[in-house]
Design a protein around this ligand. Structure first.
Ligand code: LLP
Length: 402
């Protein structure tokens, strides 16, 4: 069954009428469905089950504590990029031995704290970082697990802002230098180099992209005779926003046999795939002004359309029928780039005061929101077993001067 569906002309989320939540909580607000999150996680797990991988949910997609607890109960680990995310992952009860730490610019205090908290490994992005981790480990008298993040120089065929696997991008270490570091392992006595990490980009819609990168990895490992016990494939698995995308099974089928050749422990770091389709942003129409539909949510609440030109389906909470018009759904922010959808078909009967749902906003929605224009950050609601619960309160004006 679809997560969000019309019943008697009203939009429902897992058994709860969305309009009633919007009236009660006020708009804009984010709304998530628990069943959908669980089912996405299980689909991912099932697709790759023959590899027995460690699935480290990427917190940057959505780090609401209640969602993290759901994922922890399903057995997920965490892919983190900051001490804030480490704090949240541990708070949710995710065991440190399932936490991996990525990022091109880890600070000394972050490395120190993560070592003290006994995380599983660091995905290291430069020789200098490796040196620093070695130095800190030595001071703390500890041995620390690391994977080297390779920049595989593969074209991920996705939006240029979220493509990370190309040579020109700031991420990872080039092949030659990775080989050099492996040969020079002895200069990092406090580090166990467990293996390699790749993350090619986000919303990757071609399974071949993973295939190409993994084949490159295998050739490299054989040529350089490197011992790889752990291989972290990163995230990037897509959801359907507008155009249909291959299923997670399609991705699994195209890479499982390659990965098995390596006999390494496999890690995945999905973010968007787990939570993206499980959330909507509910907003109210403030004004109708020619082709512009001015709503109460803006780019500070959902940045993806403005930043990437991303498409999110927008539907009225009242099932549309009858004649329609083509309009631009725009926010209240003082920027021309503040739009949520352009040239969208909307019912001619749409009135000021009506609600709209912006779909597929569970990932990189709230987590990329800000206080721009001194607006308050939004509440988040979780629907579970036909009940809704506030899992983050709307900010208050006092929060703006804290
Ligand atoms: N692992 C690493 C090292 C990452 O950098 C990312 C995302 C992930 C895993 C999770 O990727 P996912 O499975 O969610 O594609 N704000 C952009 C997406 C940026 C992704 C950054 N890194 C957007 O809204 O499309």
């Amino acid at each position: 069954m679809e997560l969000f569906f019309y019943y008697k002309n009203s939009l429902y989320c897992e058994g709860v009428k969305v309009g009633e939540i919007a009236e009660k909580i006020g708009t804009p607000c984010y709304l998530y469905g628990k069943n959908s999150i669980c089912s996405q996680y299980r689909k991912f797990e099932k697709a790759f089950s023959t590899l027995f991988p460690l699935i480290c949910y990427s917190l940057k997609a959505n780090s609401n504590l209640s969602l993290l607890k759901i994922l922890k109960n399903l057995g997920a680990g965490a892919d983190i990029v900051s001490l804030g995310e480490l704090f949240l992952a541990l708070k949710a009860g995710i065991p440190p031995e399932k936490i991996v730490f990525a990022g091109v610019g880890k600070r000394e205090e972050e490395i120190k704290e993560a070592i003290k908290k006994n995380i599983y490994l660091f995905n290291v992005e430069s020789a200098s970082e490796l040196k620093l981790i070695n130095k800190i480990a030595s001071k703390l008298n500890r041995r620390v697990n690391c994977n080297l993040r390779v920049n595989p120089d593969v074209e991920p065929k996705t939006h240029r802002y979220v493509a990370t696997g190309r040579k020109e991008s700031k991420f990872g270490i080039g092949w030659k230098e990775v080989a050099k570091i492996f040969k020079d392992k002895a200069s990092f006595p406090k580090i166990n180099i467990l293996g390699l990490h790749i993350h090619l980009g986000s919303q990757i819609t071609f399974p071949e992209v993973y295939q190409i990168a993994i084949k490159k990895l295998i050739n490299f490992i054989r040529k350089e005779r490197i011992k790889v016990d752990v291989l972290d494939i990163g995230g990037g698995f897509p959801i359907q926003y507008e155009k249909k995308v291959p299923s997670i099974k399609d991705f699994a089928i195209s890479i499982i046999s390659l990965l098995k050749e390596l006999r390494a422990k496999i890690i995945f770091e999905p973010g968007r795939y787990i939570v993206g389709g499980s959330g909507i942003l509910v907003t109210r129409v403030l004004y109708l002004k020619g082709k512009f539909v001015v709503v109460d949510a803006g780019l500070n609440d959902l940045l993806r359309p403005s930043l990437y030109g991303a498409y999110h389906e927008i539907v009225p909470l009242k099932k549309p029928s009858g004649k329609s018009f083509i309009g631009n759904i725009v926010g209240p922010i003082c920027e021309s780039g503040d739009f949520l959808g352009k040239n969208r078909r909307l019912p001619l009967s749409l009135k000021e005061g009506d609600f709209l749902a912006i779909k597929d906003t569970g990932a990189y929605g709230f987590s990329m929101s800000s206080n721009y224009n001194s607006r308050l950050r939004l509440p988040e609601i979780l629907v579970s077993q036909a009940k809704d619960r506030v899992i983050r309160e709307r900010e208050k004006y006092a929060d703006l001067i804290r």
